[in-house]
Design a protein around this ligand. Sequence first.
Ligand code: AMP
Ligand code: ZN
Length: 132
Amino acid sequence: MEDCIFCKIIKGEIPSYKVAETGEAYAFLDIGPLSAGHTLVLPKKHIRNIFEADPKDLYPVLDLVQKIAVLMKEKLPCDGVNILINNGEAAGQSVHHCHWHIIPRFSGDGYKFPPAGSLSKEQAEEILGKLK
Ligand code: AMP
Ligand code: ZN
């Protein structure tokens, strides 16, 4: 896709700190890291988000995500990783070329997700009624 910054990175038209590359996937360091080693992994094919993806195009990307997570744990080293994809602007997606964030975590780094809410039986039944 012409105006996609990540397509340009994959093609080498924009520089990146490449971590790894396969036939189907590309991984590079996030320029605005949430922790040291924060890496993005994406399909070489331009896919906007998970809603529009053919799952077959995602499997090879997930292979590379897993390999890099293992590599980070051994080599950075880190104690854990958070892996996430933002899908849609409401979820914080700013670059519309589907990508996994792999965020290394270090014991005692202090980062906390917002506190968990609670789930009533009524809410659970209502949600399951919609999703099943
Ligand atoms: P998201 O908000 O999930 O769409 O994530 C986009 C990510 O891409 C952000 O974490 C940015 O820091 C990162 N990013 C944007 N442009 C570049 C770039 N040229 N090189 C590396 N990372 C980038
Ligand atoms: Zn793209």
